[in-house]
Design a protein. Sequence first.
Lengths: 302, 302
Amino acid sequence: MSSLTDVSTHALTEAQQRIQQDLLTALDAFSIPEPLKGAVYHAVMLGGKRVRPALCYATAALKPNTNFAAVRRAAVAIEFIHCYSLAHDDLPCMDNDLLRRGQPTCHVAFGEDTALLAGDILQSMAFEVLGSRLFDQGPAVEAPIILKQMQILATATSKMVNGQVLDLQAEGKHVSQDELENIHRNKTGALISAAIMMAAVTIFNGTDQAIPKLREFGLAIGLAFQVQDDILDIIADTEALGKTAGKDQQVDKSTYPALMGLDQAQAYAEELHAQALQALDYFAEDAAELLKITQFLLKRQS
Amino acid sequence: MSSLTDVSTHALTEAQQRIQQDLLTALDAFSIPEPLKGAVYHAVMLGGKRVRPALCYATAALKPNTNFAAVRRAAVAIEFIHCYSLAHDDLPCMDNDLLRRGQPTCHVAFGEDTALLAGDILQSMAFEVLGSRLFDQGPAVEAPIILKQMQILATATSKMVNGQVLDLQAEGKHVSQDELENIHRNKTGALISAAIMMAAVTIFNGTDQAIPKLREFGLAIGLAFQVQDDILDIIADTEALGKTAGKDQQVDKSTYPALMGLDQAQAYAEELHAQALQALDYFAEDAAELLKITQFLLKRQS
């Protein structure tokens, strides 16, 4: 393992510890009856890479003296949305997955009805957190900024669902690279971009050149993340992934390795990472945190 | 049928036509891939009483020269949330209902996976609509007002899910009247109150006495609505209801008639209506529209 990977892994570990604490604080602020409460905590607290919160924090680090409460709320909200999507994705009528992050999936542990409702409530809880004063110590963030965060989150969440439908429709069919990119820009790219843009609107105003640069970065890193996911599904084993490996091939899913071969897919992932890094040039050394995470995502093994 | 009922039915018909048009306009503004698009339109456009939008409009009618675009968006958003909850409620892992509004339920018509995703996307679409410029003709509504609408909607949506869990937990058990009220204040009351409060924050500022009065009205009418629903499940037939009648007794659900007997439940519904009307006294003749809907809800047969 290169020292670069060590550094970037460390950066993500810090973000993971921070978000783990904030997720717990946020969950504890809600009053949820059992057994739903158990299912919601199960869906959220099992771990995972927490890539979206990490991107949120690292984007905020572009500018010192940021109102960090609004960024912390955005990180929690986006992770709630991600966890809702996983709980629903794993349901028998969807992917019918039994294992997630090395643990029984939500419906295996709590039943289908409760897992469904856990996903449902995590979505509205995400918007509740975003509109709350959670973590606030100073004055309230201006309403137009919070409103923009909500708009970004809502739009990305809808896109994610559209992407899931496109993905299901593509199973067993030959799709072009353009079609595959459209699926993933919606399915995973939208939420990854949203993590970046929710922090971006908190620290930059609309006229700043930084916003389009971060949009560019988000698009590239979002797609790179998915290409890497497809590759790992083939080359990693179930234990390292914490979810069932080889699942894509089993259900004849359209993936980048299936479309272009494994070597080409790996080259494409690196090309997308280069694009992402190029977009960060604009920020020079301010982008140190974003750079670390980008490196981590390229080198990750799970 | 009394002339009073005629008038109030007419008031609701007007609201129904208005919301039907606005729901269609809103849906058409989204780009959704098939088969999800069909399922979303199916879930939303089949009809229903549209009580929540009607309450939203009638609340806005308390004050002339309201920025009506924000109220129309709120009405669409709240109906999207209601329709998402029905699509998920009807799923096999929940109530396993085959019939809704006299038509096949969403999962019967489109499959479980698509019905699940239709409910999911309707939730984020609700927040998208709320944060959009849909229906705007004049200047944009101030961000703090839209933010308040979003907070109200998100909180009510979470409460609705909590209420569903409490309701499922209560099946086959003896519950007290307090417990039953707690279930229904969450399960149906929260969203009905939200319909009123989302319009209220658009037209009144926070210091106005009108807000607590409308909160009081919302609580009473929300609970009255549920008591009446329980009664109709017993006395109406499947054709009039457009959904399977007698379902509550089949699954041994906790209902007001089961708890206190049919006569007592009917008396309680009238008492709650009286409370609702009393809260409207504050607005004198300005509450004409809210009054008509309150009358309709008391007299409804389905």
